[in-house]
Design a protein around this ligand. Structure first.
Ligand code: CP3
Length: 358
């Protein structure tokens, strides 16, 4: 591993490991995004995946929110859909529509078109370069988070060919093509493990796995098609990090909408369980059990409210989560039409209201 500047703010890493913190760390999902005029300016000049694939641009965009807000972490600018691309699929980002796969997987036959053994360094080396560059440019200011999509969420994009409200085409596979579904989920899992290991090798100091489509599954299907692979990722990754002499970085799992699964997620091998805004913080704390840090969970739409209202909600969050083993965040990504000044109120009030008087 390269030598990087020494980390000055390790609040997020300490909170993730359950160690005592002087104040609660905060970062925001989609903190680099279209709500920032400086991001829109970069996007006007470059296509979305060109930014992802150009380390200099990905690094610039990653650092944009840190220049404005007192955040306790950076998250590398990329997308979960770079993994399906690495497996041979074409993904475009369509203005006003979101991601689009011109050739989605229609039936298990189509899996023949995928490359199931991916040369991760070759296909995703640009993400590793962006991470190493960003680690240097951060100069140890805050830790850098790497990420990937969870297998079920990626499988559903690959089959749906884009966003979907019902995710019914992908769910049809779970009922009709159970074996093929497991084969696909396993192939994605294998790529994710190698990809996350590569991110740590490149300099990522924490990792988040996004299971954005957990909420569409019921308890049994979640267990069989999501949890099994999330657990495998955590276990295999830790084993590989140890074998390669790489740091055992904190792992965060965010399974949006998986109410019923909090106890399982709490014992799935992750240090941190991210929760969306529909959870009550103290109930979530009870459900995940001791020894697990929580992350979340302000409703992103609360940022449409007044600044005073945001402060009040942060106060409530501090009461619900407590000041330890908690990483403050929104309960999902920030939207493009939100006011950056309101995000600043969120970030600053987490800091001021969570100071530990010791
Ligand atoms: O959080 C960050 O700042 C890091 C960057 C990041 C992006 N996407 C950038 C992005 C991360 C961590 C993601 C994860 C991601 N991507 C998820 C999981 C999180 C979640 O939202 O549930 C998912 C499901 C995707 C797939 C994806 N990418 C969708 C559905 C969209 C369209 C969303 C939209 O609002 O249009 C994207 C595009 C995308 N990814 C944008 C950004 C900043 C906006 C697109 C643009 O600039 O044109």
């Amino acid at each position: 591993m390269a030598d990087f500047p020494e980390l000055k703010n390790d609040l997020l890493l300490r909170a993730a490991r359950g160690e005592t913190v002087e104040r609660v760390p905060v970062w925001v999902m989609r903190q680099a995004g279209r709500y920032l005029p400086e991001f829109r300016a970069t996007r006007e000049k470059h296509d979305f995946f060109t930014i992802c694939r150009t380390p200099e641009l990905a690094c610039e965009v990653t650092l944009q929110p840190l220049a404005r807000f007192d955040l306790d972490a950076a998250i590398i600018f990329s997308d979960i859909l770079v993994v399906p691309q690495a497996m041979g699929m074409t993904v475009e980002m369509v203005k006003g529509k979101g991601p689009h796969f011109p050739e989605r997987l229609d039936s298990p036959e189509d899996m023949k078109k995928l490359s199931l053994s991916v040369d991760v360094d070759k296909e995703l080396g640009y993400v590793f370069s962006a991470i190493s560059l960003t680690r240097r440019r951060l100069e140890g200011k805050v830790p850098l988070i790497g990420f990937c999509g969870a297998p079920w969420t990626l499988m559903s994009y690959m089959i749906e060919g884009g966003g979907s409200n019902t995710i019914s085409r992908a769910k049809a596979w779970l009922y009709r093509h159970k074996d093929a579904s497991h084969q696909l989920l396993q192939a994605i899992t294998d790529v994710c493990v190698e990809y996350l290991e590569g991110q740590v090798k490149a300099g990522a100091q924490a990792l988040q796995v996004f299971e954005s489509h957990a909420g569409i599954l019921g308890t049994k299907q979640f267990e069989e098609f999501s949890l099994l692979y999330l657990t495998q990722i955590a276990n295999k990754l830790r084993e590989r990090l140890q074998q390669s002499g790489l740091p055992n970085v904190p792992l965060i799992v965010f399974a949006k909408g998986a109410h019923y699964a909090l106890p399982d997620l709490g014992s799935s091998g992750y240090d941190v369980v991210g929760i969306d805004w529909t959870h009550d913080p103290s109930e979530a704390r009870r459900a995940v059990g001791g020894g697990v840090c929580l992350q979340g969970n302000l409703d992103p739409c609360a940022l449409y409210g007044s600044k005073e209202d945001i402060v009040g909600r942060v106060q409530e969050m501090v009461r619900g989560f407590g000041r330890q083993s908690w990483i403050a965040n929104l309960g999902h990504g920030i939207y493009p039409d939100m006011d950056p000044e309101h995000l600043k109120v969120f970030v600053d009030s987490v800091h001021s209201l969570s100071q530990q008087s010791v």
